[in-house]
Design a protein around this ligand. Structure first.
Ligand SMILES: *Cc1c(COP(=O)(O)O)cnc(C)c1O
Length: 472
């Protein structure tokens, strides 16, 4: 498989190159040159297979030519053995036609593990084959940092530096990062905000000599390999409910549009899907777009669902690329307008075409707590604030009648309730417990460097740590 940029002027790349490159050189995102397709008979033939077998079938066309079947299967098996449930992504029934796909059984309790556990292994494999090493640098407000650290711990060819804003992430989130004591993992508590952390990472990338010396890389959600790995659970959960012979819709709490774009990819690969229902918090740019046809930036608001506190949903550009009939120059122009005017219109025909498959709903913090409480009263289940937003969106989609009443809706549970205990306790009075394998998290020793928001000090820190690693 070859990959093309959504902005049409960066070179086409192989899977290996796309994995290591992340963003395209023209500022675009990489997309597969064509969508692999499964017939209904081929999808039926996957019924009853274990997660890892479906994973291999669904992803094989994307890595074809880069990774052998045997190596790929070994990486998939190892990645999903790290999950705390034998089904990897189990389904729970909440109501007659409402199901919850629990994406949080990985090591750090959020759905990011579903992709990053595999992506860490893919990086290691490809780097070893090429005899290369990389230094991953990233800023985190919580979930991504811990998932990246767990995915890369103890890997030979990768060093990881993760910056979090000192004192501004929750205890559980910080400890999921700082209690990992692998020699290739370097945690930094930066004196500043999340934006300062992100600016620090950008400043490191902007230093070309440093970037080349340490082969800096990133594992953020614009990396195609992350989307690829997320397509799998749309297939496995749909298969469990009788796909391709049952009407199905998915409800997805959305920030960067990565997870719901993976659902779109599953649809393009032949999985029948009636609707993709987007859930937004107060940062509702996507829900407003689906209602009005106009995409308009607004300031970011802090909410109870912080992993969705995003104004620019980077992966939306991948959907635009499809709706502009893969005309990269036209996408580049639309994105340029959006950046310059902070608002853009993609034309009525495109908007209406998107609305055939997508719809969006918004839920504020009070509503989020009400949903957590209502689901607990109705089913006894504790859900996290992100998941609550998806469930509410599913409920509204049913009420508003755009779906046949027999349609089964699968709502994506993107985080374990224990990851956001304060909100869950405020809504239900119950403090959600960590799963047994993490029960001692709050008493494990931590390692973390404290650094001022000062680029010179940070660069010295990188030099010292990487020199020490080379000497070891
Ligand atoms: C990252 C994240 C999201 C948003 O996912 P996108 O792919 O950015 O849309 C939702 N919920 C949780 C818990 C997350 O960690």
């Amino acid at each position: 498989m070859r990959y093309v940029s959504t902005r049409g002027s960066a070179p086409d790349l192989s899977f290996e190159q796309v994995l290591l490159a992340g963003l395209a050189r023209d500022g675009g995102l990489y997309m597969p040159e064509t969508w692999p397709k499964f017939s209904k008979a081929e999808i039926r033939a996957m019924h009853g297979l274990p997660y890892s077998d479906v994973a291999q079938q669904v992803m094989r066309p994307y890595v074809a030519g880069a990774i052998s079947d045997g190596d790929f299967k070994a990486m998939i098996d190892a990645a999903y053995q790290s999950f705390g449930h034998p089904a990897v992504v189990p389904l729970k029934q909440l109501d007659a036609n409402l199901f919850l796909a629990e994406l949080f059984h990985g090591p750090t309790l959020a759905f990011k593990d579903c992709a990053l556990q595999l992506v860490g292994r893919l990086f290691d494999h490809v780097l070893a084959k090429r005899g290369q090493r990389v230094t991953i640098v990233g800023a985190t407000s919580g979930d991504t940092g811990s998932a990246a650290i767990e995915a890369c711990r103890d890997r030979e060819a990768i060093e990881v530096f993760i910056f979090h804003p000192k004192g501004r992430v929750s205890d559980v989130q910080r400890r999921q990062m700082t209690t990992v004591h692998s020699p290739n993992i370097h945690n930094i508590a930066l004196e500043g905000t999340f934006d300062d952390c992100q600016d620090m990472v950008k400043a490191l990338f902007a230093d070309e000599a440093l970037r080349d010396r340490y082969n800096l890389s990133a594992v953020n959600s614009i990396n195609w390999a992350r989307i690829m790995a997320q397509i799998v659970y749309y297939f496995t959960t749909a298969l469990s409910l009788g796909a391709p012979d049952r009407k199905l819709a998915f409800a997805v709490p959305t920030g960067n549009f990565g997870n719901v774009f993976a659902a779109y990819a599953a649809h393009r690969m032949g999985l029948p899907i009636e609707k993709l229902i987007i859930g937004s918090n107060a940062n509702d740019i996507l829900a407003r777009f689906m209602d009005t046809g106009r995409m308009e930036m607004a300031p970011v608001t802090a909410t109870l669902s912080p992993s969705m506190d995003i104004q620019i949903s980077s992966n939306f550009e991948r959907l635009l690329f499809e709706h502009y009939k893969r005309d990269g120059k036209a996408v580049a122009k639309a994105m340029e307008t959006f950046r310059r005017e902070r608002a853009v219109d993609f034309g009525k025909a495109r908007w209406q075409a998107m609305r055939k498959l997508f719809e969006g709903h918004r839920l504020g913090d009070n509503g989020t707590k009400e949903v957590i409480s209502a689901i607990h009263k109705m089913t006894g289940e504790l859900i996290d604030p992100h998941t609550a937003i998806g469930i509410e969106a599913a409920g509204r989609a049913l009420l508003e009648g755009g779906l046949a009443p027999e349609t089964a809706i699968i709502a994506m549970a993107t985080a374990h309730p224990a990851k956001f205990p304060a909100a869950v306790e405020a809504a239900t009075g119950i403090y959600p417990a960590l799963p047994p394998r993490l029960a001692d998290l709050l008493s494990r020793p931590e390692t973390c460097a404290n650094l001022p928001n000062d680029i010179a000090r940070v660069k010295t820190f990188l030099d010292e740590r990487l020199a020490a690693r080379q000497a070891a």
